[in-house]
Ligand binder design. Structure first.
Ligand code: NAP
Length: 314
């Protein structure tokens, strides 16, 4: 009897299936693709390809054997109580997105290091006042999270000559980077991080991590660059350390509530530069090959890449 083709459901409330399904159908003609809610027979679905799937939909596929996310962060998926937890879940490690995130990190670190945020303020009041120049080697950049995104950004900062330290859950050795881990490691790293970049996944352990006590450990005049999730930062505590002049600037891409409410203090705060959660977007030109390779691995009965450890939460 001929083998039944692998059947994949595309389930998303935010991403158009037209962006993904035609190239996937061309790359994997031996598989069948259907876009939720146009799934004729939910019992035929082997794989779900997801980006912010509506709550409860994945539980409707009784024979689901693999979930492939189209995003790098999976905190939203794991927060859904109806997610079928026994089904292996892979996240997407997209080289285009990793490159975009490192560009965003470099742009923010250089904006702070070269005082560009201060020159913009000076320009607004016709003020011509050169500020003291620092070399990259004078500055220490700390990176919270040394995963796919943090490790790439760290390596590129090292290339520019910055002193770089990083923090992870498990002990790591990365050439050129002073690596810290665990609870004690965090405090030691914060004390020396003049620019602090957050690239952690949002988990039970990392939610609310950057509170008043930890932000106060950062050196005077430093900056916070949060590109991970808004809930890593206690926003009122950040406003307090900015207002007190302890931190010079905050670069924020992610917020507790998105879109950022119109009356939020961040919109008009002179020490805040904000962007609308665009630090790095999935880049279909590089992501497609990764998704195709993982679907092929699944179809061959091999272990897919980038499986999420649901106990650790990332
Ligand atoms: P990843 O590869 O899973 O790496 C996560 C890193 O964080 C690892 O180094 C991990 O330590 C560390 N970590 C996790 N929990 C920790 C804890 N409790 N204490 C200390 N370190 C901990 O993740 P990634 O691909 O780099 O992505 C990170 C996050 O970026 C995503 O989860 C997503 O939320 C966010 N993101 C944002 C955007 C945007 O546009 N703003 C775009 C993409 C992603 P170990 O190395 O020991 O495991």
């Amino acid at each position: 009897m001929a083998k039944r083709p692998t059947t994949v459901a595309f389930v998303s409330s935010e991403v158009e299936p037209e962006r993904w399904l035609p190239p996937l159908e061309r790359a994997l003609p031996q598989m069948r693709f259907q876009a939720w809610p146009d799934v004729a027979d939910p019992t035929s679905i082997d794989v779900a390809l997801v980006a912010a799937p509506p709550a409860g939909v994945l539980g409707r596929f009784p024979n689901l054997r693999f979930i492939q996310s189209l995003w790098m962060g999976v905190d939203g998926l794991l927060a859904d109580p109806t997610l079928p937890r026994a089904v292996p879940l892979a996240r997407l490690i997209d080289p285009g997105m990793v490159a975009a995130m490192s560009e965003t990190v470099l742009a923010r670190v250089l904006d702070w290091h070269r005082h560009l945020y201060r020159y913009r303020v000076q320009q607004a009041s016709w003020e011509w006042k050169p500020l003291k120049q620092f070399m990259a080697a004078d500055r220490t950049v700390g990176i919270l999270g040394l995963g796919a995104l943090g490790a790439d950004a760290a390596a590129k900062l090292v290339t520019l000559g910055f002193r770089v330290c990083g923090w992870s859950r498990r002990e790591k050795t990365i050439p050129g980077i002073e690596a810290f881990f665990g609870h004690d490691g965090l405090e030691a790293m914060l004390k020396r991080s003049e620019a602090l970049v957050c690239l952690l996944p949002l988990t039970v352990q990392t939610r609310g991590l950057l509170d008043a006590r930890r932000l106060a450990l950062l050196p005077q005049g430093g900056c916070l660059i949060n590109l991970a999730r808004g809930a890593h930062v206690v926003e009122r505590d950040l406003l307090a350390v900015l207002d007190a002049g302890h931190l010079a600037h905050a670069y924020l891409d992610v917020f507790q509530s998105e879109p950022l409410p119109g009356d939020h203090a961040f919109w008009t705060h002179p020490q805040v530069s904000l962007t609308p959660h665009i630090a790095a977007l999935t880049e279909p030109r590089t992501a497609l090959a990764k998704v195709v390779a993982n679907l092929e691995r699944f179809a061959r009965g091999e272990r897919p890449e980038a499986l999420v450890d649901t106990t650790a939460g990332y």
